[in-house]
Design a protein. Structure first.
Length: 115
């Protein structure tokens, strides 16, 4: 079973916890993070994609989980676990997969905000 790009149930729980009126503000912050990650992966400002993947994967584990971005959370957990275990990261494959999920998630959450 494929993981959801957006788990609406988690968004609903978040709304219940923080108030429906606060969800758009929080989602805009999350979208800002995703946009920055996408831009940095595309432009590769640090020169080390694998190091950047490690950094963003660690950060995305909790933020993606909090916002119900399950597929993004899953890849972040996988890459972070590889890094912590000292395993090499496949820069091409992992970057392509991360970038694809970041973009899918960004667009799906942007759609949610425009509804």
């Amino acid at each position: 079973m494929a993981l959801d790009v957006l788990n609406q149930e988690k968004i609903n729980r978040l709304a219940a916890e923080v108030g429906q009126e606060n969800v758009p503000v929080l989602l805009e912050i999350f979208l800002g993070e995703l946009d920055a990650y996408i831009s940095n992966l595309v432009s590769n400002p640090t020169g080390s994609t694998s190091e950047y993947l490690k950094d963003i994967s660690h950060a995305l584990k909790s933020s993606a989980a909090s916002f119900g971005a399950e597929a993004l959370c899953a890849i972040a957990i996988t890459i972070d676990a590889k890094a912590k275990a000292g395993q090499s990261i496949d820069e091409k494959l992992d970057t392509d997969e991360m970038l694809d999920l970041l973009q899918q998630t960004y667009h799906r959450y942007r759609e949610l905000l425009s509804q």
